[in-house]
Ligand binder design. Structure first.
Ligand code: NAP
Length: 487
């Protein structure tokens, strides 16, 4: 399939290796998968100091954050190891044969799950460990029995190479085929598309921009044989502040929300970007306190120049919108960090305000500002809150503050939130996504291209399995599949 671009030959090579490893890895036992996943977790931890320093050089996310992220990445690799051992990828539903004529009479049917095959995994810029070479997509695909071809993110190439090098050594030590985990890097837009189009690829996992995600989603769907594309493309994460939530004062809650908006320089897919506040005395003082708290935050440098450019463009567009008021005055771009190191210079946080009717009427105000910024929407009734939520497209999260009572209004708000989001919070802030069995990180388009799936938590494994019903299959086959010795 190779054409002119030199990256294409590397992709041909990596996907051929993955293809070759595919049946071996699909037939691997739970203990083989668990051993690999635990080996990968161990090697990350053993090299934590060097890896975190490298990640910090390339991403500027700061050592405390990266230390936590590496720990989370090792934790989720081990979590997927336990899921494999618990038999999750080998689950079966067995319906015994019943005598007689249909529909009551039937053959024996055993539903098993088979791995999809090689998965192309596009690393995200904003999680150099947890959504990168050994992140959740890789861990869940490996646990499901699928080889992974990592497309390294151009924002942290040296870290990707180093983590991959360590992972390859684990694969070799365990005597596994090299194609279980491969890496392609330095790829251009054409090369990314070439990877998705490659006949050896069976599925794609992607976290990144709406534009990039849609471009690759199209490629996946325009192939002669379309393949599943699990994309997480963007989210504005509405947070609704009901009057009851401000009964104990505004300062503390405003401070915690400002911290969430500016966390990681706002470069979280779950960053709260849309704040719905009632236009009453408490609501107005909350908004003022939020603007104060946000303007004292000092976000660090953004991940890449193009993300910074995107942020400046998005806030510039918002600031110049006729219906929008700036709540934090525009200042010169931050020149030097207090430490005097201009490599730390981050953008000023921004907060804007708009009336609910104007928000609903202007779809350009619904776009994500990826960075430390949010838009306050002034609402006057629960009915208006519902209209604003309906105007928002799919979102990873909706946070509802002050809906603890069982009332008709609260039920309507909860229903509206469930309609547009994969996770509904009844307090706190949406940044921070726990890795558990019950986690749901996805949501209607564009939060996810496949809203029935999650990309965080142990449910992520199911994305890479396909159900097959075996009719009147011999017992030895069913037993072997249950034990993971045949796939
Ligand atoms: P991105 O530009 O979408 O890049 C993600 C990955 O897709 C990279 O590997 C990139 O390749 C590749 N890619 C992008 N567009 C492509 C195309 N048209 N054809 C083929 N490959 C393509 O995302 P990013 O660099 O991480 O961040 C940019 C923006 O994405 C941010 O400003 C933000 O708006 C959004 N974002 C969203 C999330 C989220 O969680 N939803 C997370 C991170 C970023 P290269 O590495 O070669 O560029």
């Amino acid at each position: 399939m190779s054409e002119a671009n030199p990256a294409f030959a590397a992709i041909d090579h990596a996907t051929a290796q993955a293809h070759e490893a595919s049946s071996h890895w699909a037939a691997s036992t739970a203990s083989e998968r668990a051993r690999l996943l635990r080996g990968l977790a161990d090697v990350l931890e053993q090299n934590a100091t060097a890896l975190i320093a490298l990640a910090n050089d390339e991403s500027a996310l700061g050592e405390p954050r990266l230390t936590g992220e590496l720990a989370r990445t090792a934790f989720q690799l081990r979590g997927f190891a336990s899921a494999a051992e618990a038999g999750v990828p080998y689950l079966q539903i067995d319906d015994a044969a019943a005598p007689g004529a249909p529909p009551a009479g039937r053959p024996r049917l055993t539903l098993v799950q088979v791995p999809l095959g090689p998965v192309a995994m596009f690393s995200a810029s904003n999680f150099p460990f947890a959504f990168s070479v050994l992140g959740g997509d890789t861990a869940s695909a490996l646990a499901a029995g699928c080889p992974v071809i990592v497309k390294a993110h151009s924002g942290h190439p040296a870290l990707s190479r180093k983590v991959f090098e360590l992972a390859v050594a684990v694969v070799a030590q365990q005597g596994l085929p090299v194609g279980v985990l491969t890496l392609v890097e330095g790829a251009s837009r054409e090369a990314g598309a070439y990877l998705v189009r490659h006949p050896n690829i069976a599925a794609v996992a992607f976290t990144g921009s709406y534009q990039g995600g849609v471009a690759l989603w199209r490629v996946a769907n325009e192939r002669p044989r379309p393949i599943p594309f699990f994309g997480e493309l963007g989210s504005i994460n509405p947070l609704v502040v009901l009057p009851g939530a401000l009964a104990n004062g505004v300062a503390e809650v405003a401070k915690s929300l400002a911290g969430s908006i500016a966390l990681g320089c706002g470069q979280f897919c779950t960053s709260p970007g849309l704040i719905l506040v009632f236009d009453d005395a408490d609501g107005r003082s909350f908004t003022a306190a939020l603007a104060d708290a946000l303007s004292t935050q000092s976000p660090h440098r953004m991940l890449t120049d193009s993300i910074r450019y995107g942020f400046d463009h998005a806030v510039g567009k918002m600031a110049s919108h006729a219906a929008v008021r700036s709540l934090i005055e525009m200042r010169e771009p931050r020149e030097l960090h207090e430490a005097g190191d201009d490599s730390c210079a981050g953008p000023w946080p921004r907060l804007f305000e708009v009336e609910a009717a104007a928000f609903i009427a202007n779809s350009d105000l619904h776009e994500e500002m990826f960075g430390p910024a949010a838009l306050v929407v002034k609402v006057r009734s629960v009915a208006e809150v519902l209209q604003v939520l309906q105007a928002v497209e799919g979102s990873l999260t909706v946070t509802l503050w002050g809906v603890q009572q069982n009332t008709a209004d609260n039920l309507a708000l909860i229903r509206a939130a469930e309609q547009i989001a994969g996770r509904v919070l009844f307090g706190g802030v949406p940044t921070g996504v726990a890795v558990t069995r019950a986690q749901q990180h996805g949501g209607p388009w564009p939060a996810s291209t496949q809203p029935q799936t999650t990309s965080v938590g142990y449910g992520a494994l199911a994305r890479f399995l396909r159900p097959v019903a075996l009719q009147d299959a011999p017992d030895w086959l069913i037993a072997a599949k249950r034990g993971g010795t045949l796939s």
